[in-house]
Design a protein around this ligand. Structure first.
Ligand code: ADE
Length: 253
């Protein structure tokens, strides 16, 4: 996958790209990330990227020209190699007004060969960027950051770990919180007793069926306690639905 990021603050990103699974994915050429500062795409000598809002009000608005110019220069370069694919590249604006990012959206994006991410800043982006350039808008939560950079990193991190081959053990993906529609079950490692707190017996039993059953039950219980609304959409077996009902009855007492 190739990800192009348009930002006024490229210096915020290298920490992510030079660490852990991400670095390995880059080394293995499973992913390539390019940072473009769209300030470099301004024609004037002051490299102006923002201006006052028409109609007045506090704060500056990002001008459309540098953002269009940056995306178009990426497309021109790319178009020479891939004439057909070029118009299908998702161009995603990170903004608190976008659709709320989630594991299914990460899965959807992990199937793309290319992504272009645009990080907004200041009070916003000229509406013509939204209307005539971007194909998607994503928010990482109902709060406001000073720019889209951290949001872009969140999206990149969540997407890249889903690319086949990026994680050492693909199986570990399957139990992740939100992948199953449930929160993940509790995890323990050695020692079996720490400061008098023991690891649940069943995990030491070596009985894989029992362990799987316990984990599933714990996942259901945890989801019910912390994020009950997730259970409405989760894919539960009949016995698990009954467990939810029993637990709910218990919780309601
Ligand atoms: N830019 C500012 N706040 C944001 C958010 N919550 N999600 C995505 N981009 C943003």
């Amino acid at each position: 996958m190739r990800i192009d990021v348009l930002t006024l603050f490229p210096q915020m990103f290298p920490g992510l790209f030079s660490t852990g699974i991400f670095q390995r994915a880059v080394e293995q050429k499973l992913v390539e990330v390019n940072l473009y500062n769209f300030r470099d795409c301004t024609p004037d000598k002051h490299h102006t990227v923002d201006d006052y809002a028409y109609g007045g009000g506090a704060g500056m608005v990002l001008k459309p020209e540098p953002i269009f110019a940056a995306v178009e220069s990426i497309k021109v370069k790319e178009g020479k190699e891939d004439k057909e694919g070029i118009d299908r590249i998702p161009i995603i604006l990170l903004t608190p007004q976008g659709r709320l990012f989630s594991q299914p959206i990460a899965q959807e994006l992990s199937r793309e060969k290319r992504l272009i991410l645009i990080c907004g800043r200041y009070e916003g982006v000229d509406e013509r960027v939204r209307e005539h350039l971007v194909t998607d808008e994503i928010s990482i939560g109902d709060y406001v950051l000073s720019g889209g950079e951290l949001a872009a990193m969140v999206v990149i991190e969540a997407v890249v770990r889903l690319i086949p081959g990026v994680l050492g053990s693909e199986a570990s993906l399957l139990d992740d919180s939100h992948v199953t529609g449930l929160l993940e079950y509790p995890q323990y490692t050695r020692p079996p007793e720490f400061r008098g707190w023991s690891v649940p017996e069943v995990l030491l039993s070596g009985n894989h069926a029992q362990i799987a059953g316990w984990r599933r039950e714990q996942a259901v219980q945890r989801t019910l306690q912390r994020r009950p609304e997730l259970l409405d959409k989760a894919d539960l077996a009949v016995a698990e639905r009954r467990l939810v009902d029993r637990l709910k009855a218990g919780l309601d007492k």
